[in-house]
Design a protein around this ligand. Sequence first.
Ligand SMILES: NC(=O)c1ccc[n+]([C@@H]2O[C@H](COP(=O)([O-])OP(=O)(O)OC[C@H]3O[C@@H](n4cnc5c(N)ncnc54)[C@H](OP(=O)(O)O)[C@@H]3O)[C@@H](O)[C@H]2O)c1
Length: 298
Amino acid sequence: MSEMPLIAITGATGFVGRAIVKQARAEGYPVRAIVRDPRESRWLADEFGCELFHGNVLHAPALAGAFAGVKCVIHLVGIIIEKKENTFERAHTEATQNVIAEAKSAGVKRLIHMSALGTRADGRSRYHQTKWAAEEAVRKSGLAWTIFRPSLIYGPGNKSISVLSKIVKYSPIVPVLGNGESKIQPVGVDVVAQSFVTAIRHDETVQHTYDLCGPAAFTWNELYDKLLAAQGLRKPKIHLPLPIARVQAKVFEALLPNPPFTSDQLIMTGEDNTGNPEPAVAAFGLTLESFEQGLARS
Ligand SMILES: NC(=O)c1ccc[n+]([C@@H]2O[C@H](COP(=O)([O-])OP(=O)(O)OC[C@H]3O[C@@H](n4cnc5c(N)ncnc54)[C@H](OP(=O)(O)O)[C@@H]3O)[C@@H](O)[C@H]2O)c1
């Protein structure tokens, strides 16, 4: 068997990164993880045999050499809450530009890029605006790119759904932002991992953008109903009107390093976040399970 090509992954320490590293290693790819804190990231070497490269995607010089000998870069770095120098503009747009520049100077041809469902030219949230600018940089890069746009991702190690499950479990009432009628289409993290890793060797996915979402869309109200049902609970939902939530978000942002929700998240929560999973199902041979089935396995 010919030697498997080296894959470099940014954001490998994250929730999605861990699942993609696991899948890539299971398929035999050697993986170089680009990490900003090698000591904290040691587990990637211990658990998965990754090579660690100490680099910071925010600073182009600190990426020099990161992609030497690499066949394909998987770029996952992204944030949902801004912290200090990690602004949306820097962590999404500038980081992607830095990764592209370093990939090109290292002679890498293939780039698989993590975006998000709802990313569009006229996005309202800064998260989506900066993800769009990053996508534009990828499309103009001249590299053989594939872009993925997942909906809310759930599975082992995820923060968002597990926090909501805890709120549902321990709170006497279930607080819902706004009227809870916007739709989401959550997707399992192993579906995301399978798609990214399969794309490495599927050249027909080059210059394609794929939604990654579950088989069914449902509202936030229905999501809470599903989380309650999974725990055999029945509790009343209380809707926090958006004008009040907006004020509260500003207060959280001013006072807390990890606000429970931000102004930007409120914009996104008020929008439908749904897509078409069929092109990805066909391209990557995916089997989609219902949210309830996936949740039971998480
Ligand atoms: N989770 C979802 O529901 C979802 C849905 C759609 C799209 N996405 C996208 O998927 C990607 C991964 O999300 P996730 O849920 O896995 O997030 P996560 O668990 O917070 O992981 C984020 C990763 O990015 C790294 N990172 C952040 N800022 C960095 C910087 N300045 N320099 C280097 N590394 C940096 C983190 O490294 P450290 O360990 O050093 O902090 C971590 O490895 C993001 O682009 C996100 O926008 C996620």
